[in-house]
Design a protein around this ligand. Structure first.
Ligand SMILES: C[S@@+](CC[C@H](N)C(=O)[O-])C[C@H]1O[C@@H](n2cnc3c(N)ncnc32)[C@H](O)[C@@H]1O
Length: 256
């Protein structure tokens, strides 16, 4: 995935900061993408596995998850990518096509579809087995934004765009499907997130949490200053023990 990392860094360095902020566009580096993808455990090799990447950017998370599905024994993979920034679509298409050619050489059937749609305002109708996301992060106006009350079928309130992504992605999973995501560590803190919190607890079990203890390390190539957390949830499963790991940043991630 290193070549995707290099290409997306080049892309983002040519984009104005204002646009990056508008889209909440902070790409995942290859080491974190690899770590997140390897959290996927779902084995249903008898049928096609359907993967969702919502806010796909250059495709690093969806493609890493597809390769992890191969490691888990899957031979038929479908990947659906949602992305609203039309400027990044040619790069996304290029990376998906390269993955398709490489996987076909390994006799893996890999189909992908890019949906140049707003994932929150035009969510998919189908349900997925696996979803691996780094959602955009920004606040929006609960009065004027088109996002206001856009997930009112799931929970009440208007927290932050990343919570809408996590909740909608969970909604679009099949029962027992896996949702892996990276967000700020405080992603469910406080009163604003109360109903979002309740929605997650009611509809999934938290299986795994990884904490980055450094505020700068996870997205050190960007101006993001957040303590990040990576989680894996499983839809409609009763809560059991949670596996927890931590690292200072990216460089010691391989020690987990
Ligand atoms: C934090 S970036 C992550 C990109 C990529 N998944 C990665 O991990 O590198 C979020 C992505 O979501 C896209 N995005 C923002 N709002 C969106 C929306 N409502 N629907 C679909 N994509 C959106 C942004 O353009 C951006 O590419």
């Amino acid at each position: 995935m290193h070549h995707i990392h290099i290409n997306q860094d080049k892309f983002i360095s040519q984009e104005p900061l204002t646009k990056r902020k508008e889209f909440g566009q902070y790409f995942t580096g290859s080491k974190i993408a690899d770590f997140m993808a390897k959290l996927a455990t779902l084995k249903i090799p008898s049928r096609e596995i359907c993967i969702l990447d919502a806010g796909a950017g250059a495709g690093i998370l969806g493609i890493s998850t597809a390769y992890q599905a191969v490691q888990l024994g899957h031979k038929k993979i479908q990947l659906i990518c949602y992305e609203i920034d039309v400027a990044v679509l040619p790069l996304l298409e290029q990376h998906l096509q390269e993955a398709k050619e490489d996987l076909h050489k390994k006799e893996i059937s890999f189909h992908y579809e890019i949906r140049s749609l707003n994932f929150i305002l035009h969510p998919p109708e189908e349900h997925f087995d696996l979803c691996c996301i780094n959602p955009p992060y920004f606040k929006y106006s609960s009065k004027n934004s088109p996002y206001a009350r856009s997930t009112k079928d799931l929970f009440k309130g208007d927290p932050n765009i990343y919570a809408l992504f996590v909740a909608r992605a969970l909604d679009r999973l099949k029962s027992e499907g896996e949702l892996i995501f990276i967000t700020p560590r405080s992603f469910t803190n406080g009163l604003y997130f109360k109903n979002f919190r309740k929605y997650l607890i009611k509809n999934s079990s938290i299986e795994f949490i990884h904490i980055f203890t450094s505020r700068k390390e996870a997205f050190k190539h960007t101006d993001v200053l957040q303590e990040n957390v990576i989680c894996r949830l499983r839809k409609n499963k009763k809560q059991q023990d949670i596996q927890i790991s931590s690292s200072y940043g990216i460089e010691d991630l391989h020690l987990i």
